[in-house]
Every structure is written in C-alpha cells, then in structure tokens.
Design a protein. Structure first.
Lengths: 200, 200, 200, 200, 200, 200
C-alpha cells in the first residue's frame, strides 16, 4: 500500500498558461508511452517477478512513476487553468475542452483514452524486464519531443527532470535484467516449472 | 507523491489456487468498474476539484484504491500461481494464459485491456463527484457478484472487506458533494468563471 | 419497437456553416457523454430494471435521447454541409473530412469512434439509476462547454434546449431512484434473489 | 424523432433460461455485425444521403433495426433471467456475469464493448449503400451461425425472423443503390460538388 | 510467403515536405478504410474462401494492398521528413509528433491506432466478397477526399494511381462474387455443410 | 513491394481438428504479441531507420513475420476446418464462431480485435530497436505458452519453428542496435537534427 506525501517529486510552477503545451504534455499522462502506462506495467509485473532485487526495482520505479504521473497532471492543469477559451481554441484544444473543460483526463495527445493495450505483463521475468527497457526508451524519446516543442523554462525544467529519471530507470532495469539472467543460470534448489515443453 | 509501505491494506492469504476465481476477480484489477479505474478517476479529478475537503477526499480515496488494486492483484496472483495447466484450461482461462501466463495484467474478466474510456474527469466539481457516487455503486455491485461466485473463505473475506470500503467511499463522496454544493451556493469574494453563456 | 415521426423534437435551422462548431458538437453524437451513449445505456438497463415507474422512466428517456441524437446529427450536418474545404481545414477538421467527408459519424470531438466502454448496465437497479444521475450531469456539463464555445444563436438555442432536458432527466432519475429504494425496503411477497452471499 | 410502441416487432417468449445461448446471441446486440451497429450506421448515413427514396430506406430500416435491437435484448434477458449461478458458470459466462449480472450490456460474444469502429458513414451515397449491402450480409450470416448453435424453438423462431429481415433489407438497399446510381447519371439542374479534383 | 522486391509499385518522390498532407494521408496507412485494413482483410479471408479464382483474387489483391501500404508510408515519411517543428505545429500535427516524431505509425488521421474492428472475416464466401466491394468503395472515396485536399502534383499523382487501383479491385471482387455465386448454385459432388439449420 | 510465393515458410499439416488450440493460437495472428503486430511494427519503423544494415534488418524480419502470419493463419484454419459445432462449443470457442464461423480473423485469444496500440514506431532508431528486442521476447514467450498447452506434434513442430525464429530475430535486432549505436557515436559529416533542446 501507499502513503501520500503532500509534495511533488520535483516542483512544478508554471506561471503562464499555454494550452498548446498542455495538448501534447497530456500524452505523458495517458498516452502510449506515458507515466500511467509505466506505473501500471511495473506494479503489475511485480506479482510474477523473481529475486528480491528485481521485485524491489519494479516496486520502487512503479511507485516513482506514480509521482511522475502526478507531476505531469500538475503541469497540464497549470498550463490549462488560466487559459481563455480563445487561447484553447487557437491551440487546437477545443476537442479536449468539449469533453473535459480544463480538467485532467488520461488520454494521449490525439485524445485517445488511455488503454492498457500498450503495456504487457507476461509472467516471464526476462520478457518483462526487456519490455521495461523499451518502455523507458520510449518515454525518454517522448520527453525529448516535448522539450523540442517547449520554450518556457517553467515547462522545460520539469520535463528535463522527468527525462533524466527515465534514463536512470533504464539503467536500473538493465541491472535487474542482468541479476535475473545470472540467477536463472545458477543451479537452484527448486525446479523451474515453465519450459516443460522441452520434453515434447 | 507516494511512499510505498510493504504491507497490504488487508491480508490476502489464499491457500488453494483457483483459476476460475482468478478469471473473474481480475475484472476488479483492470475491468470497467475496477480499482485501477477508480484510483485513476479520483487522482485525475483532484486537479480541478474545489474546496480543501473535497480535494482531500479524492486524494485519500484515490490513494486507498491503489492499495485495493494491489490487494486484487495479490489475489489474482495467489489464485493462479500454483494452478496446473489442466486447471487453467478447465477454468476457461487458457486465453489469458496464452498472453500472460500466470502473471497479472490489467484486463477485464472478458480479457479486454483496461481502457480509461470507462472513467471521466469533467473539470466540473459537481459532475465529478456524482460520477464517483456511480463508480462506487458499480464497484460495490461487482464485488457482490464476485462473492456470489466464491466459496473459499480465503477469497471471500478480502472481497467482503473491499466491498465494505466501497460503501464507505460512497458515503464520503456524498458528503463531499454536499459540501461542494453548499460552497457553490454561498456568496464568494471571487467570481465563478464558467456559466458565462448565461449572458448570451 | 419505435415509430418514426418525421420531425425533430426541437427545430434545428442553422443558416451559416461552421465546421469549428461541428468539430466539437459531434462529441454529443458519438463522444463519451453523448446522446448515443445515453440512449443505449437507458434502453439496455430497461431489461433488468424493477418497478413499472422506473422501467417507464428508462424507456421514455431512452427514447427521447434517440430524438436528441437525431437533433445533434442534424446540427453537425447543417454546420458542415455548405462548408468549403478551406473552412474545414482552417477549423482543424481535415482529419474528420478525410474519413467521413461532410457526413455524420459517431465519434468524439477527438475523432475516437463511439465505444460502449463509457456506459454501464449492471443488472442492479440502484447501481444503474445512480449511473444515470452521473450520466445526465456529464451530458449537461458538455452542453455548457459547447455553448461556451458557440456564438451563433441558431446553434446556441438547440444546445440550450438539450442542456435543459438533461437537467429534467436528472430530476426524473432522482425520483426513480427514490421509488426503487423505497420499494426494495418494503416487505414483498417474493424473495429477492441476489444477496445470497450474506449467508456465507 | 421516435414514438415508442409497447410491443416487440416479433414475439419473444423463451420459457427455458439458457446462458450458453445468451452468451452468443448478445453479439447481435453489441457485436461487430449486430443490430446496434446496423441502426447507428443507417441513421447516421441518412444525413448525407440523396434522393427521397434512399433517405426513406435508411430511415425505415434504421428504425426497424432499433426494434431488432430490442428483440435481441429481450432474448438475452429471457435466456439469463432465471439462470442459476451454476448454469452461468457452466456456460462459460462468468466473465459477463462478473461485470453485468443478468443485465443486458452492448458487447460482442467475446465481451468486447460495442465500438462504432465497425461501421462507416462516408458522406458518399454510393459508398454508404454498398457498405450497407455488406452489413446485411454479415448480419445474415451471424444469425445463421446462431441458429446453427440453437436447439430451442423459442429461440430459433425469432432468430429466423431476424435473419429473414436482413435478407429483405439487403434487397431494399440493392434497389436504393440502383436508384441512386441512375440519379447520379441523369443530367441534373444543379452541379455535383465533390469530384472537383478531376480538374487537377 | 512473400519475397520483398526493392521498389515501390508506383514511384513516390515528393520534393516539398507538407505535414498538413501527412496528417491526413496517414489515414490510408492505419485508418478505418486504409491499406493495412484492406491487406489484412483479404489475406485473412483467403483461408476460408472457395473456388481457386476467388482465392487467387484475395491473394493477389491482398498482396498488392501491402505494396500500397508501403507507398502510403513512403508518402507520409517524405511529407514529414524535412518539415520543421514550426511547420508541424502549424499543420495541427503536434499531437502526432509528440508520440511518433517524424516516423510512420499506423493510425487514422485523428490519431486513433489501427484497429481490426473495422474489418471482417466471416467464414462465408458470399459475405466476405460483399464486404470487399464495400471496402474498395470506402478506400476509393477516401482517396478522393485526400486528392480534394492536395495541391502538389507529387502528392496527387500517386493518390490518383491508388484511387484507380481501388476501382480495378472493386471490379475484380465483383467478378469473384459472380463466380462464387454460380459455383454455389451448381450441383456439386460434395455437400455444403453450413445451412444445416434448415432442417430445424 | 512484395511478390507472393505459393508456399509456407515451414509446412503446416495438421490432421486433427482441435478448436481448443485454435482458440489460443489465434493470439499469434491478431493478439498483443502476435505476428501481425510484429510485421507492422518493423515495416513501419523502416521509414525512419538509419544505416543500411538496420533498415535491411527491419525489412527482412518484417517480411518474414508476414510469412509467419500466414503460417499461424493456416494453423488456425486447419484446426477449425473440420471441427464439429459440438467440439467448437466444448472448446469454449462459440463466441468466436458466432462472429467468424471457422474463418480466420485477427483477434487475440480473448477475442479482442487486433489493435496497433500494442506496437510503437517512435522515429528514433535506438528506441525502435529496443522496442523490437522486447517484441521478440514477448512473442517467444507466447509461443512457449502455446507449446505448453499443445499435445499434437503436427501443432508443436511449427510452433517450435516459429519460437526459434523469434530467438534468431532477437539476436539480429541486438546486432542492429549495436551498429546503430556505434554509428551515432562516430563523427559524421552531417549534423544530427534532433536533440536541439540541448541548447535551451
């Protein structure tokens, strides 16, 4: 279970509303490579992961991605809150406004509601950790694209922080993968149940 | 942000694997009225909610739903972990197995990946709190249907606990709705921005 | 079954094409809180509803939502019919045009095809009526957002009418909920089948 | 707009509950080639159809498909209403039960919520009428598959009636297509707006 | 199986980047009536088609649609490759950019990921061939809408070629349908298995 | 473009119909980690890939995945073709039958139509190749789960072949990733356009 601590992992204080940026940053809230998908992927994979370190990595990073989800939500809200209807329309964000006003809803930049179809939890530790390496790369690239589109330092700084964290997570999943691979190659006292088709 | 505490909100200790129950309980993990949808709904609505109490209610309950998501995931995992392939097939769960083995993946009982299309965040406090009353009722009913199908006390007890919590949440959202309605009817020093179409 | 009567519930006569408004009004045709979802929700819930009044309410309002669907479709068509390609492009509606020309297709403002994932039919009368209270609130809010974006009285008047009807429906579902709650608390001659888990 | 008449287009009186049949018949309620998709397709295409006969055909058949939707819903409800939990589970319908009890929800036989992605409304009369020929063929085939699986005359008779109607609709759409094709080849007093790319 | 030949079926050489056109042409890559859906539909239907000619037609056209998919992908890439961020933003394509940079991803013009919900494979030769007549009409119309929006001959020429091919495919599916219908009406030495409900 | 060669990459000759296996093997046709997703992912990423080897790898493997898609389709068809209705029902495959008879349709084992939401094409060569490593691992695991459920050598042999190929593809994507990483670290005569946010 989780305890809420009333602070963001990294401060988000955007002074100028900017629906153009809200329109695309939302994709890291509910889009294909966003923080919701990341948190959900890691926290789901935990249940079938092996070795204490790899389980701990999934738990830590999954929990941190929830904090990132909160940061991204705060960014979207601050970018939208004071925006006029005219600014929203000009930013090509009237479709979002029609369904969600200036609230925060888990969708991609194109407005597609979040779907777990973009994540996987396979019950196989090697597979899941490889999936996570890809996930961190995809999230890292998205933050770069968002930074490319941004010009307000209040927006760029938290995006850079979030991008950095994905790079760190990538490293940590790489280490976890190595540990799990080593572990599976060592002789163990118990018998691995899965590849029983080998006898066929 | 959230701090992880290494315990479940309510103990889950299922001694007998039972893929038949795993097949349907998963719907409270990633199905239309499940805990993921609940947590995501409340934690997203927070950003545009008004009055400290209502914001606090969304935050508290959203955080608790994450704990429930974890409990449901633990149930699914324990029901699947020791199940034989034969039991899985007999339980009509071979489709799930083919894609996720005995792992935990956010899908409905029918196997549809979680979609945020089942939740809403409207930017309007009255709307969002009414949405939540419905959400708690739907989750409560699902737990009843699951309990109706269960016969193992190890499964029934946590389901009953979870059902109870939905009833409590329903009450709390009802109170929050009343507070917000009162607040919106009191004279305030600032001017409400939205219904500017009234002048048209 | 239904008999078609060749008139709209409320006249729609829009003289000036306006793809900008078509782009967002379509969301009440096929979007998450639109008239199609409403009609489908109520007409589906009918089958498991109890008490003649509540069944009648679902039937009446479900039927009226079909009429609203028709009105919204007529608005979208009139806003699009005479629009030039240039106007369509300027309005950010070229994506819709590429797939549907100036026809009417059940999608959200963002272009996501209508999905029943946004509605529920739970087999439990209390749950379904609470779901409907939320549905009416969500539809009401969407109409307000659309009116906020509109400036043509030909568009605003039918939107206001439709918003009003959602408020009336909200009241009627509130009454139906009270009737059903009373009914379920009265002693009846027959035995309620569901909560049989209470004996567990 | 539509007036509800309190009768089914064809009587549905199923004496024996049968969740096995409910599980598959639901696909004509909310599945890919079901009555909801049909009604929605025709009633949406109406807005951009040409010639009074073709518009009338879409309107008539769209309205009749609503009556068929009601019939299919009634069948599903009657097949589920008196079924025991044990029968539901044996029929492989526990996933549906977990989310919808014995209610009627617009999903495919596999449990995928209805999606308008399976229908099209293209703004072009020839295209839309050809789409409808295919739609009627697909619905006809689905009824045949359902009849193949059925053994209760109370179930078979309404399915046969519904299958017959699809054949009739197919004929009527064929005629409408011929009328529209003739019309488009005749010289008209007004100028057809679309294929303006021919001058490029 | 397929052998790749390193050439496009028709040359695509677009000199001027134009994200406005990329934004809508992508719909023929991954949209509802696009080439991916076409190829997948025909190549899937093959497995249950009857008569050598009809099977051959599905195979030929399915294979050609793969070539068209490649052409459309090349168009999208060439239209995006040299585009500046400013041009992308002005073209209303920032949402696509945020998730896919200037890469090619199978989505509709609105940004909805490709879904097979828009295609059908029914196991019935008459149904499938009728479905294909509609599919070709829909694809043909989409190409016309795209041509209507285009003004660069480098873009218009391949679109015209692709439109032409859909017309040819429509003819070929019409012929296949006639052959299959004739075949099913001739006396055969084997017995048709399906309509066994006729004895009911 | 592609030339069709009338043979399967590896022979599929299943003598005994078995809808139980068809029900799960279909997931490698249209499921989350199946051959359609693989082919589409690699053939889409090609357009923005760098270095001739990496482009060639995507092209070769994408083309081979099309051949695998064909093999999997052939397996599903052979497993279904001669199956009786009773066998289909017993195998829990009546839902599939109701919509597709014994045809081949791109869906997951649970019956969810194929969605491109499970694949990504990011416009960044490092990201895309890492995504592919994960994709091959996921496909490999799915084949293992399918083999675990199979007992007919006619089914097991082609599944083993397909599993082997995923392992080979994994190696080849690993090599391509190394080549691309080296290439990006070498000094080049042209300037890399993307990370222009570094100057911010």
């Amino acid at each position: 279970m989780w305890i809420y601590e009333k602070m963001l992992e990294y401060p988000v204080k955007i002074k100028n509303p900017n629906p153009k940026m809200a329109k695309i940053i939302i994709t890291q809230y509910g889009g294909p490579d966003g923080e919701l998908g990341a948190a959900l992927r890691y926290l789901s994979q935990r249940f079938s992961m092996i070795t204490p370190q790899a389980i701990g990595t999934l738990n830590d990073i999954g929990t941190e991605e929830l904090a990132h989800l909160e940061m991204v939500g705060a960014m979207v809200r601050q970018l939208l809150k004071g925006a006029s209807l005219e600014e929203i329309e000009k930013a090509g964000m009237s479709a979002y406004y029609a369904d969600h006003d200036r609230g925060v809803y888990p969708a991609s930049a194109s407005g597609v509601p979040f779907s777990a179809a973009g994540i996987q939890s396979k019950g196989d530790p090697i597979v899941d950790l490889t999936e996570n390496l890809a996930a961190e790369q995809k999230a890292r690239a998205t933050y770069e694209y968002l930074i490319n589109m941004a010009d307000d330092p209040d927006v760029i700084e938290p995006l850079k922080f979030l991008r950095e964290r994905e790079v760190v997570h990538f490293q940590r999943f790489g280490e976890a993968l190595r540990i799990v691979q080593d572990y599976l190659q060592e002789p163990h006292l118990f018998i691995m149940p899965k590849p029983d088709f080998l006898n066929k």
